[in-house]
Design a protein around this ligand. Structure first.
Ligand code: SF4
Length: 335
């Protein structure tokens, strides 16, 4: 749903599955596209999906799937494990809150159980997944005073306040630690984390636990305060840079990667140069750079227009890509 090309691939896949098979298999589609379509009161999107994919028997909203279905895995040594779904942040460019709905955390015990089973079957590396992975648990915590971990220990949820603001309570540092303690697990990664929930406790947990991967992905999106505000990313460039400084002082071998959008509405040369300067200071290991594209439903689509010409977006993309991804040994970023 994030990109048109991904939607087109799904349509092609459905046609390939259905083609020439007798009897036709039952096809059920779920995920972002369906989430967006079922939340649209006008009925326009679901109608369009049905027209594009008449082979599909059922469009199932993501929240009806839950976390209960065992994943099909072909890789034995590494597993992606979803720990939360949806997002409450409403960045103005992003469709995720509309496609996946509000943030729902998977039960703590269930995550540990799945990883224990994976480990027994030979899995050594785990990547914990969530749209805002480091806010995990905010909906599980009934009282901000205490939470009982599956091992019986009573802990205080972490309230992130390092950006000068109080955020929701999170259980993510505890979960990370518990996953690292599972016998047989050698490496733990997580994605996607956001600056506003990158707490001091999370930094300490990573610092003291060698199993946690030192490649940390923390989306910045822009290096300009005016654009960050328009994006509804409620940190400033200096708060972001201070966070990186803090991480590097506690975890000296940390490598930071990021996401950047170029050509967001209102991004002129001055604003773009602020992103260039931030990238130089941050010394990112790599960045996923995307050219802003207008997505229906988002606040940017409704109120900000799309005023940066495509050729300019392309130029800015190349400048940043060259600066971040092609210094020394070239790396290819996904655009
Ligand atoms: S960009 Fe990330 S944090 Fe922002 S709304 Fe989308 S999923 Fe949520």
């Amino acid at each position: 749903m994030i990109r048109q090309t991904a939607e087109d691939k799904v349509t092609g896949l459905v046609k390939n599955i259905a083609k020439g098979r007798n009897p036709k298999p039952k096809i059920v589609i779920t995920g972002c596209m369906v989430g967006m379509a079922t939340r649209d009161d006008s009925g326009k999107y679901i109608k369009a999906l049905k027209k594009r994919m008449p082979e599909v028997d059922e469009f199932l909203p993501l929240e009806e799937v839950g976390f209960d279905y065992p994943a099909l895995r072909s890789d034995i040594t590494h597993a992606w494990v979803p720990i939360s779904n949806g997002c409450n942040n409403f960045c103005t460019f992003c469709v995720v809150p509309f496609t996946r709905g509000r943030e729902i955390s998977r039960p703590y015990k269930e995550i540990l159980k799945e990883i224990e089973d994976l480990s027994k079957n030979g899995c050594k590396e785990i990547t914990l997944l969530g749209q805002n992975v480091n806010s995990y648990g905010s909906d599980l915590v009934k009282s901000q005073k205490s939470y009982k971990l599956p091992n019986g220990k009573i802990v205080k949820p972490v309230i992130v306040k390092h950006l000068g603001k109080f955020r929701i309570p999170t259980l993510f540092p505890y979960l990370l630690e518990d996953v690292c303690n599972i016998k047989g697990i050698e490496t733990v990664k997580f994605i996607s984390s956001n600056p506003w929930d990158f707490s001091n406790e999370l930094i300490s947990t990573i610092a003291k636990n060698e199993k946690i991967d030192r490649n940390l992905h923390i989306a910045v999106q822009s290096g300009d305060d005016k654009i960050l505000k328009k994006m509804n990313r409620w940190y400033t460039r200096s708060q972001y840079l201070n966070l990186l400084k803090k991480i590097k002082s506690k975890i000296p071998n940390a490598q930071i990667s990021t996401d950047i959008i170029v050509g967001f509405p209102g991004e002129g040369e001055k604003e773009f140069q602020n992103t260039v300067k931030l990238s130089e200071t941050a010394n990112f290991a790599y960045a996923y750079i995307s050219k802003y594209s207008d997505r229906p439903q988002t606040a940017a689509h409704k109120g900000l227009g799309d005023d940066v010409p495509y050729a300019e977006k392309e130029k800015r993309f190349r400048i940043l890509d060259e600066l971040i991804n092609h210094r020394g040994s070239p790396r290819t970023a996904v655009h």
